[in-house]
Design a protein around this ligand. Structure first.
Ligand SMILES: [Fe+2]
Length: 249
């Protein structure tokens, strides 16, 4: 795959349709490794899970969820995807937040539009228990969310014309979550399906105040490192001891 060429096509598709399918945004190995780390660190069952196990208006069942500001590896994964997102949207973006969700069997994501901190969104598939691809749905129609809630317009018009895009592990869908209705209407065919929603805002745009979900002062800070006196001894992580010996010091 020529990724530079693919980005040009995806960017044009996003501008025209409000969405673009990004095949293998993450190599499968990276998606697998990421999800395995999340499962190890956040927990893989009800007893161990350190995030939220909740049902919101979006799902029919309770799901494992986690907000990126509660789990730094997810936040840093998102921050690292920022140059890619700026390239594909042609805008200088800043992250607002990301959200992890594991859907249970037969769960859905009800059709909705997003809040204003979701100007440019990615839904990234991290893995399926049974490797059955699960479709992401998005409306063909653009709704002017400044005028009225897209769902209210759709209800009045009597339905939404939805597209279905099958998502493989590592695939992402880039979409304008504010102006297009979206969700997952077919029941999840897997025992579980894991993904991350990641959201950015244009740093020059109308929603710029939502950068870092309005937590700039708390999150974007200058780091500080303090060195000890010259006589402070070396410290070596035991995992690195062999590697350091091999360097022939
Ligand atoms: Fe959404």
């Amino acid at each position: 795959m020529d990724r530079a060429q693919a980005i040009d096509e995806q960017r044009a598709h996003y501008e025209e349709n409000g969405w673009a399918h990004i095949s293998r945004l993450l190599p499968i190995e990276v998606a697998d490794a990421t999800l395995y780390k999340i499962q190890q660190e956040l927990g893989g069952d009800w007893e161990s899970y350190k995030g939220d196990y909740i049902k919101t208006f979006l799902t029919d069942k309770k799901a494992y969820e986690c907000y990126s500001f509660d789990y730094t590896p997810m936040a840093t994964l998102q921050w690292g995807l920022t140059p890619f997102m700026s390239t594909i949207t042609g805008k200088e973006l800043l992250p607002s937040h990301a959200y992890f969700r594991v859907y249970g069997k037969n769960d859905v994501c009800h059709i909705h539009s997003d809040a204003m901190n979701c100007e440019h969104a990615l839904s990234l598939t991290l893995g399926y228990s049974n490797d059955f691809l699960w479709e992401f749905n998005i409306s063909k129609k653009y709704y002017d969310a400044k005028e009225r809630r897209p769902a209210d317009v759709a209800n009045e018009e009597g339905g939404v014309n939805l597209l279905g895009i099958p998502m493989a592990t590592g695939d992402a869908i880039l979409y304008n979550g504010i102006n297009y209705l979206h969700g997952r209407i077919k029941p999840n065919p897997n025992k579980w399906a894991a993904q991350i929603f990641l959201h950015w805002v244009d740093r020059e745009g109308a929603y710029a105040a939502h950068a870092f979900d309005g937590r700039m002062a708390e999150v974007v800070k200058r780091a500080e490192f303090v060195f000890p006196g010259e006589d402070a001894p070396e410290k070596v992580n035991p995992n690195r001891a062999e590697m350091i010996k091999e360097r022939g010091r």
